[in-house]
Structure formats: structure tokens, C-alpha cells
Design a protein around this ligand. Structure first.
Ligand SMILES: [Fe+2]
Length: 285
């Protein structure tokens, strides 16, 4: 059901375009933000193509709005399909959220109420998307700061039910699980143990902002130890799953980010006893 793992990746960001071409860092793959490349030409596409000649890529979007009530945007889906063919994307992901009402975009990835009705609503739309794209997609857990009184199940039960009903794959964001576990006071290990192992195709790792009473998923800091520790637990449960680091703001030099990249690989190797990549298979350490 799942694609073969690609190893360890980084988010492709414009700040690193030239450094990637100049230094060919030892990165297994890059995750691209789909919306940055849904244009007919220009510099971003030039760099995308040049980097894609050397590295496998996956696509990650923010505009699917899979939880919304308004109609799916098939123009957008066609653009995704065209881009995926251009870069031979290994997979396409977006978030389990809603982001607007009646055509008004909230410009945020908002959590859904965890109800059976919402499961069916979202799963039906994911199936439509998958039919159009002719491939399974990955849906990602978002971090949340609010909850609904209507919710009748945990977040991980909701995520699992959607994945089963839609027959889609999962992108588990370890930082988002940690952030939500602090904000909503649940045990993040319950989350990891509660999702279907066979559907987890990718992990995200990221930094966040800690405001004391609550945490916001800002992707502008180094990854903190509790998130690294939770990543080790995720590797224990899910095994050889492709993982990458998201950094969207306060972006350091590529060489600095590569230190976190190595840490990610070392943690996985420490748990599994091998380093796996998409191109070289598995090496014992
Ligand atoms: Fe993420």
C-alpha cells in the first residue's frame, strides 16, 4: 500500500536554492511547497527543475481545504497533477483541516470537530481528490489550540477513522503531536499508538514557539529535545518511515540545518540499527 521509503529529507526553501546547486548536500530528497510552483515560469521553477535533476521530490500543499463545505477546486487539483508529473513527485500531501467558509479564506489550518459526520465528510472529499489525482494522498495532522464541545472522539481516533474510510495515507507531524499534547494535555504516546502503522508514509519534524502556557507551531526554531524524543518513539512504532525537517521562518544556512538533518538520521539509526535511504537501500551501522 505504501510507497518505498525515501530516507531523510528537507523542505526546499528559496533561501537554499543556490547552496543546494553549489554544494549538492547529502540529502536523500526534498519536500516542495506545492503552491510556490503553480506558476507557468520564472525563477522558482528554474531552480525546482535544476534541483529535481539531482534529488527525488515530494509535494506538500496548504490549499486543499479538505474539511471545507464549499466545492473542491478542480483547477487547483489539475495544477497539482501537472506539477506532480513535472517533478515526478513520489507523493502528494496536505492537511486534515478546514480553512474557510462560504468562499472566505481564514488563512489558517483549523482543526475539525472530531465527529462521525466530519469523518464521512472529509473522507468523501479525500476519495474525490484521490480519484482525480489517480493516486493515494497523505493527510497531515495539524497542531491545534482550540477544541470543540461536539467532539466525540480523540484526535488520533478521528485521524485514523478518516484514513481508513478514505483509504488514504498519513503524514504524521511529530512536532504537531507534541504541540497539541501540551495544549490539550494528552499523552503523545497514546497518539502514536492509536494510528494505523501501515498507513504512515512520512514524518514531519519542526521547531515551535513556547509561550509558557501554550505552544504555537511556528517552524522558526530549532527542534527541541521533547520533539526529538517523541520522534525516537515514532521510529520505534513505525519503523522505516521517510522523515524530513520543516523550517519556514528564521531560516538558517543550509550547513546549520544539515546538523539537525544529521541528528534526525542518528536518532533513527539509534532505534533501528541501520540508516536507510531511497537510493542506497539500508546500511548497517
Ligand atoms: Fe507539518
Amino acid at each position: 500500500m505504501k510507497s518505498p521509503p525515501l530516507g531523510f529529507g528537507l523542505g526546499l526553501r528559496k533561501e537554499h536554492y543556490q547552496a543546494i546547486l553549489d554544494t549538492s548536500p547529502n540529502v536523500d530528497w526534498f519536500e516542495v511547497l506545492s503552491e510556490n510552483y503553480l506558476v507557468p515560469g520564472g525563477k522558482p521553477l528554474y531552480f525546482l527543475d535544476a534541483i529535481n535533476e539531482r534529488y527525488p521530490m515530494v509535494m506538500h500543499g496548504v490549499s486543499l481545504s479538505i474539511g471545507n463545505n464549499d466545492a473542491l477546486n478542480f483547477d487547483y487539483l489539475q495544477q497539482l497533477k501537472t506539477l506532480s508529473e513535472r517533478i515526478n513527485a513520489h507523493w502528494i500531501s496536505d492537511h486534515l483541516c478546514w480553512s474557510g467558509l462560504d468562499g472566505v479564506n481564514a488563512h489558517d489550518l483549523l482543526p475539525l470537530p472530531y465527529t462521525a459526520e466530519a469523518v464521512t465528510h472529509v473522507a468523501t472529499r479525500i476519495k474525490q481528490v484521490q480519484d482525480f489525482l489517480e493516486r493515494r494522498i497523505l493527510i497531515e495532522n495539524v497542531s491545534s489550540y482550540v477544541s470543540y464541545t461536539q467532539s466525540a472522539m480523540t484526535e488520533w481516533e478521528f485521524l485514523s477513522a478518516v484514513a481508513e474510510e478514505a483509504d488514504c495515507l498519513l503524514l504524521l507531524d511529530v512536532n504537531n503531536i507534541y504541540v497539541s499534547s501540551v495544549n490539550h494535555e494528552f499523552d503523545p504516546l497514546d497518539y502514536l499508538n492509536g494510528v494505523p502503522k501501515e498507513r504512515v508514509q512520512q514524518h514531519h519534524l519542526a521547531g515551535h514557539s513556547d509561550y509558557g502556557d501554550y505552544i504555537i507551531d511556528t517552524h522558526d526554531h530549532d527542534i527541541v529535545d521533547p520533539v526529538w524524543n517523541l520522534y525516537a518513539e515514532a521510529v520505534k512504532r513505525f519503523g522505516h518511515v521517510s522523515a524530513m525537517i520543516e523550517r519556514d521562518d528564521n531560516i538558517p544556512d543550509l550547513s546549520v540545518l544539515m546538523q539537525e538533518y544529521q541528528q534526525m538520521k542518528q536518532i533513527s539509526a539509534g532505534v533501528l540499527g541501520d540508516v536507510f535511504t531511497g537510493t542506497q537501500g539500508v546500511e548497517n551501522v
